[in-house]
Design a protein around this ligand. Structure first.
Ligand code: ADP
Ligand code: MG
Length: 238
């Protein structure tokens, strides 16, 4: 059974169609990259998966169950936003512990989960700092840490590298690949960056103007593009 199924998903804002008849299956433990130009509907798709937005029509199944109407906190998903959205007044530890505290976990359990995630991300030494005392790359690690301490069954990442400089982007790309090998959490990763898509994905979903143009392995979409758009978007060097 696929971990996630999107069925005939439609979304519109102010009469403008943003997602058009989106059908997609995501396998358990799969790393799926949704790639497409700015404004094509990537963030909207993730927000619907996370439960932050309701689709106009269609269905979203997680582990075989429709989650429409299920609150974000009850979906077993964790999302990392483009802006990271850390709490500025809280320390790194408190940022990472926040969701677990709200969920009523015991202090010992929270500390253990935060320390484990911090070790995995190499940020053990930053636990007492405030976000403003961190570099862009460190903030991004904290944002990821905050998501993984919850042990989500589905990990959603919205252009997590777009605020980093080119060198750090390459480094963090490798970190994401490593993290996925270790945690094996089903992941939907959204980007407009073709290189990120080609290097990270088990499966690439090419989105254009709210429509899925092609779904396939990086090799398939690169060597056998189904549409002119896919050929020009993924085939041409940047
Ligand atoms: P992407 O993440 O691929 O850049 P988005 O999903 O953010 O694309 O947006 C897709 C389209 O929907 C854009 O035209 C955007 O302006 C519009 N849009 C997104 N969110 C809203 C909103 N809350 N209200 C109105 N229009 C929106
Ligand atoms: Mg976006």
């Amino acid at each position: 059974m696929p971990a996630v199924v999107l069925k005939s998903l439609e979304m519109a804002f102010g009469g403008q169609a943003v997602l058009k008849n989106v059908d997609l299956e995501i396998g358990d433990r799969e790393f799926v990259v949704v790639v497409g130009p700015s404004g094509c509907g990537k963030s909207t798709l993730l927000r619907i998966l996370a439960g932050l937005e309701a689709p106009a029509s269609g269905d979203v199944l997680i582990d075989g169950q429709s989650v429409l109407g299920v609150a974000p906190a009850k979906r077993g998903v964790a999302m990392v936003f483009q802006s990271y959205a850390l709490y500025p007044h809280l320390s790194v530890f408190e940022n990472m512990a926040f969701a677990l505290k709200v969920a009523g976990k015991a202090p010992d359990e929270i500390r253990a989960a935060v320390e484990r995630a911090a070790r995995l991300l190499g940020i053990e030494a930053l636990m007492d700092r405030k976000p403003k005392a961190l570099s862009g790359g460190q903030r991004q690690r904290v944002a990821i840490g905050r998501a993984i301490v919850r042990k989500p069954s589905l990990f959603l990442l919205d252009e997590p590298l777009s605020n980093l400089d080119a060198g750090l982007r390459v480094h963090m790309r490798h970190e994401f690949a490593r993290l996925h090998r270790e945690l094996k959490t089903t992941t939907v990763y959204v980007t407009h960056d073709q290189v990120e898509a080609m290097t990270l994905a088990d499966k690439i979903v090419v989105l254009n103007e709210g429509r899925i143009e092609q779904v396939g392995s990086p090799l398939e979409v690169y060597h056998a593009p189904k549409t002119l758009f896919v050929a020009s978007f993924l085939g041409s060097p940047r």
